[in-house]
Design a protein around this ligand. Sequence first.
Ligand code: B12
Length: 223
Amino acid sequence: MDIETVTAELERAIEAGDEEAGPAAARALLDLGVEPTYVTSALSRAMARLGRQFQRLDVFVPDLLVATDAFDAAMQVVEAALLKSESGRKLKGTVIVGVVEGDIHTLGKNLVAVMLKADGFQVHDLGRDVKVARFAEAAQEFQADTIAMSSLMTTTMGRMKDVIDLLVTQDRRQRYRVMVGGAPITQQFADEIGADGYAEDAPDAVALANRLLASGRAGGGET
Ligand code: B12
């Protein structure tokens, strides 16, 4: 089978929530020689399409849940391929990642975490529904230099500002580079809340983390 056909099969499998066909198609694509990021783009595309169907009430939460399981299963295959090249690399910086309080959308955050790891960052994943104070506490606990926050909902994106405000109150804001992302987040929002950077997808998140690292200083605004 050719790459195009298998890609279509992968996207179909994710949308249908097929936990066997999804990973099988992901594996087949890697065997055909595509880059792992090609597969993650296809996975994201399928989810975005499902999101639009959800908005039109063509599919419902249970459909999203089975699709999430299929996405996770396919991601395990891609993760193994992504992390294969990681071993032996010099560690870059330490990043804590998490989905903000009130939000349980984990797929994008997981993708960002894996790709940062694959690029040589040490990543501590705080999971989902992470309380505002926990971000600040974990940054200290893991001696992080970067805090990466994800939010998928307009109703939860405000928690990102709460975390930054808390760091300011604690007089610790300058110690960390703060990255934000997720479907409703924009560069303008990132600027408004005083984050150091925003990226639209996982590959851009990695590029951003490297840019912030190369800027040679802790947080406080990307120059
Ligand atoms: C799958 C899904 C779910 C699943 C989540 C399962 C899971 N474990 O993640 C389930 C079924 C649980 C769910 C529940 C709900 N959902 Co929902 N969900 C989605 C859906 C369809 C896809 C999200 C996704 O996984 N995308 C794929 C990933 C790979 O993409 P991504 O998350 O955008 O991440 C990429 C980038 O954004 C970026 N990125 C992400 N994080 C970060 C972080 C940093 C630092 C950086 C730099 C970049 C970055 O890189 C990622 C990779 O490229 C979206 C639709 C959409 N358009 O996003 C709705 C959506 C987010 N959900 C929505 C809603 C309303 C809900 C519910 C309230 C539904 C309900 N009635 O119960 C609940 C809320 C639960 C809660 N409290 O969080 C709305 C939100 C609307 C809003 N208010 O803004 C959306 C937009 C759907 C819609 N069009 O209405 N959902």
